[in-house]
Write a protein that binds this ligand. Structure first.
Ligand code: CP3
Length: 393
């Protein structure tokens, strides 16, 4: 059964293999830490994810294997433009909705059912792990994450304690439900990268120029490094929870890192992001790395340890692949604003992305950033169909 044909979550028996159960029947040899041993650096089947997802076009493209068609999914595909999303979210604050496993399952499945995308992305937000360790923050509609007390001094670091699986038990529960319902459609887990999380914590909310963040980064490099270290540990723990619960791949969103020069990125950000990727390497699940305005950083973002690098729409995907270097798949990169143009123009722009991607070993079609809230959902459905038809082999 495919997730595309599924009834709404909760409308059927949700019995499944259970969160964290190895899908193959063969127990995964666990290391002392209860994690799978070995296989670092090699992409293989997600250890806890449904085996049925292994041969999906999405995971094959991540592994740079031949695919039946170019796989498609959209950043921010869950929520935003879907009327069925707005309906189930009615009266429920964003962060609370992230803690309700049945609701998370339903929202995550909605774009898979509607658009027939090749992967689901877990419905949550990058600030959920920070909330889970007790940081006083909220997500304000139309604004984004707002932190009550910004993190700017050494004594503030004490508030950034380690994250345990118990802090996010609802994530394990929701992913268990989801993998049961998704069948052969892979689930992408995600987290915010240390720099982007630090930007919200240090600024206290969304920021255009990241001035407090940069003041700390340049003014107290030692404290900055400790802050990013704390965030790397929290992020790694959050990704591990998602992989152990059944996520088939993970994406690290460094949305705002394009604000930095390559030299500053290498010195002040890359080490912490690399620690996150290292911490989940042993699972062998594809690791995707994405940021906006990162044309000058693509090579370094690949160096941080990702298997797939996402590019925004400013750099053609063949040029992005050249900058990233060999051995990595590329994800992207239709300008999300193009979806507001007439159908013919959307198709032409899509064909230009596909033409640029035609020589790549491993391409995952996506937008260059998240779905914009006012996007017509039908334009997204048509886009998936168009990419599938054009690239069928
Ligand atoms: O991709 C998906 O569909 C999964 C869900 C998802 C959300 N946030 C749900 C959400 C994902 C992957 C994110 C990641 C996220 N959150 C990022 C990285 C991706 C990116 O866009 O660069 C960032 C920077 C955030 C922080 C954040 N949270 C922002 C900027 C906003 C938008 C504020 C707004 O309303 O314009 C949020 C809120 C948020 N996250 C919403 C959703 C569905 C809207 C919540 C609401 O108010 O109803």
């Amino acid at each position: 059964m495919s997730a595309n044909d599924l009834p709404p979550a909760g409308a059927q028996d949700l019995t499944h293999a259970g969160a964290g159960a190895p899908a193959s029947g063969d127990p995964i040899p666990a290391g002392a830490a209860g994690r799978p041993a070995g296989a670092a650096g090699r992409l293989r089947t997600a250890p806890y994810a449904p085996a049925a997802a292994r041969d999906s076009a999405f995971l094959k493209a991540c592994r740079r294997e031949p695919v039946p068609h170019t796989p498609v999914w959209f950043m921010r595909q869950a929520g935003r433009s879907l009327p069925e999303y707005l309906k189930v979210r009615e009266g429920i604050p964003m962060l609370e909705s992230c803690m309700r496993p049945e609701l998370v399952t339903e929202i995550t499945l909605q774009p898979v059912r509607r658009h027939k995308v090749d992967a689901a992305i877990y419905f949550s937000d990058i600030v959920v792990p920070l909330k889970a360790i007790g940081i006083d923050l909220d997500i304000k509609p139309g604004v984004g994450p707002v932190v009550a007390e910004p993190v700017r001094r050494r004594e503030d670091l004490a508030r950034l304690r380690d994250l345990t699986p118990e802090d996010v038990a609802y994530v394990t529960e929701a992913i268990g439900m989801l993998t049961g319902e998704l069948g052969a459609t892979p689930l992408i887990g995600f987290a915010g990268a240390p720099f982007t999380l630090a930007s919200y914590l240090v600024e206290g909310g969304p920021s255009r120029n990241h001035e407090h963040t940069k003041a700390l980064m340049y003014g107290d490099p030692e404290l900055w490094a400790e802050l990013l270290d704390r965030l790397a540990a929290i992020t790694a723990a959050f990704l591990r929870v998602q992989i152990e619960a059944g996520a088939s791949a993970v994406q690290l969103f460094d949305s705002w890192v394009g604000a930095l020069s390559p030299a500053d990125y290498r010195r002040s950000v890359l080490p912490a992001s690399a620690r996150v990727f290292d911490a989940v390497a042993e699972y062998g699940v594809p690791r995707i790395h994405f940021g906006v305005g990162t044309g000058e950083l693509l090579g370094l973002m690949g160096e941080a340890g990702a298997d797939v690098v996402g590019a925004d729409w400013r750099v053609p995907v063949d040029e992005a692949a050249r900058r990233v270097g060999p051995g990595k798949a590329i994800q992207g990169n239709l300008d999300p604003a193009v979806l507001f143009a007439p159908r013919q123009a959307v198709e032409s722009a899509t064909d230009r992305v596909l033409a640029a991607a035609s020589g790549l070993e491993g391409h995952i079609f996506n937008l260059g950033h998240g779905v914009l809230p006012a996007t017509d959902p039908d334009a997204l459905t048509r886009l998936v169909e168009h990419v599938h038809t054009r690239t069928a082999r």
